[in-house]
Design a protein around this ligand. Structure first.
Ligand code: GLN
Length: 470
């Protein structure tokens, strides 16, 4: 009965709050109930995720379900297979329950680029939930599900986790199979995990990580071996990049991060001031590289093979132009145009330049891990901003990604863990601490985040509107 009870609890909470939040695009009530009943009849639990309902971002293929990356161009698309991460969770007894809202094709930092309306932040419904995994973060923050899958190409799991007061994790590139993740920028894309605690994320990682021969970029490594829980951080050197500090962050976020650094120091970590000057160019570099890859990936949506089709003059070219022109949202069109221009003959020197700068940023980051074990900073330079405040202003929108993109460019593991709230315009809003690790040091990032979480317990703070939930 436990799995069924967990599903019914999740459905009751969704029923109570989803209309206000807009975190979900679809809920598979019957599928979840059937699976839960089957799991409850099994003689023994399969593991820690047995009977635990979860939500998944709409850019993860889930067989037979509407997982079309919140885009009109994939209207009605039901993939014929499930992403490897979903297959592995189901095999471990977890229950896929709902599909979460997101920025179309994961382009955005606020969830406002969804074709199906923005998600609202459970801490303050007038504010964004961050993005692009807006619905996954809000679904966890609203208590619908204990964890949700997202994706993280340039911060999309970590930044919304921070803005919604939940934990978020971007694994090392290749640690979780990308098979079944609808591509945005394949050299940066990762499956991300958002959860109500770091322990939960560790359980999910242990299940979904590990080599997948159907993804050529999957690391040839076994499932992640977790580190034992730490009681202290003695012996750890935590780098605090000076370029990622004060001037970049709003006052409220800055104060919480300073307190978090002190807490880690009190747990025994040695704090080391480091300098990463090239990472100041990470955001510009990311925007060029990701737009070029996105333009090339999205060329496949031509009205022939997937999703919607519109016709005007009866020619193939006319059909493709009409379908793409009317079915992609404004942000997708902007990125396709930018990426196409930057990979044209005239634009390609900029792309090549960005690729070279990326290499130097990667080298700078790798070198720093000879001196420190982890890097600590804010996840985002601010708390959740108001809906509409930045739409149409891509420079301001991308400001939110500033501290998240360096780890993405270098394929490094990074977690966002709640580190308290600050009062902004009279409301309490959460702040996230980012811990970024050396190449493949996923387990170290998670054990450090878990120790911080156990000592500070900020992850237990709940969005006020969840107070009366069933
Ligand atoms: N916010 C970033 C962007 O708009 C990152 C998105 C992501 O990680 N998918 O590109």
């Amino acid at each position: 009965m436990k799995a069924r009870a967990a599903v019914e609890g999740a459905l009751a909470r969704i029923e109570a709050l989803e209309a206000e939040i807009g975190a979900l695009l679809d809920v598979d009530e019957e599928g979840a109930r059937t699976l839960a009943d089957k799991l409850d009849r099994e003689p023994a639990p399969r593991g820690p995720l047995h009977g635990v309902p979860f939500a998944l971002k709409a850019n993860l293929c889930w067989r037979g379900h509407l997982t079309g990356a919140a885009s009109r161009i994939l209207d009605g698309y039901r993939p014929p297979y499930s992403a490897t991460a979903i297959e592995r969770l189901i095999a471990a007894g977890a229950i896929p329950l709902a599909i979460t809202n997101m920025d179309e094709f994961a382009f955005g930092s606020s969830g406002e680029n969804s074709s199906f309306g923005a998600t609202r932040n459970p801490w303050d419904l007038s504010r964004t939930a961050g993005g692009s995994s807006s619905g996954s973060a809000a679904a966890v923050a609203a208590g619908f599900v204990p964890f949700a899958l997202g994706s993280d190409t340039g911060g999309s799991a970590r930044q919304p986790a921070a803005l919604c007061g939940v934990s978020g994790f971007k694994p090392s590139y290749g640690r979780i199979s990308r098979r079944g993740l609808i591509a945005f920028a394949p050299s940066l894309d990762t499956v991300g995990v958002l959860g109500d605690s770091i322990e939960r994320i560790e359980q999910v990682l242990a299940c979904v990580s590990g080599h997948d021969e159907r993804d050529a970029t999957s690391l040839a490594l076994p499932p992640l071996a977790l580190e034992a829980p730490r009681e202290h951080l003695r012996g750890l050197r935590i780098g605090v990049p000076k370029e990622w500090d004060a001037e970049l962050c709003d006052q409220g976020a800055r104060d919480r991060i300073r307190a978090a650094l002190e807490a880690m120091h009190a747990l025994g970590a040695e704090l080391v001031s480091v300098s990463l000057p090239l990472t100041l160019h990470a955001n510009a570099t990311y925007q060029v590289v990701s737009a070029c890859e996105a333009a090339s990936q999205l060329a496949r949506y031509d009205g022939v093979r997937y999703g919607s089709r519109e016709s005007c003059d009866g020619t193939l070219q006319g059909m493709i132009a009409q379908t793409r022109g009317s079915s992609f949202g404004p942000e997708s069109r902007r990125r396709i145009l930018l990426g196409t221009a930057l990979t044209s003959d005239e634009g390609s020197p900029s792309y090549e330049h960005a690729a070279r700068v990326r290499r130097r940023i990667v080298d700078e980051l790798r070198a720093i891990f000879e001196r420190v074990d982890l890097l600590a900073s804010a996840t985002a330079p601010e708390v959740a901003f108001r809906l509409g405040e930045r739409s149409g202003d891509s420079a301001r929108m991308h400001h939110s990604d500033l501290l998240a993109v360096p780890a993405s460019l270098a394929g490094l593991p990074a977690a966002s863990v709640p580190c308290g709230t600050c009062t902004t315009d009279g409301v309490e809003l959460p702040v996230g601490l980012q811990l970024c690790g050396a190449p493949r040091a996923d387990a170290r990032v998670l054990s450090t985040a878990r120790c911080f979480q156990a000592a500070t317990r900020h992850h237990l703070a709940r969005a006020p509107l969840t107070g009366a939930l069933p």
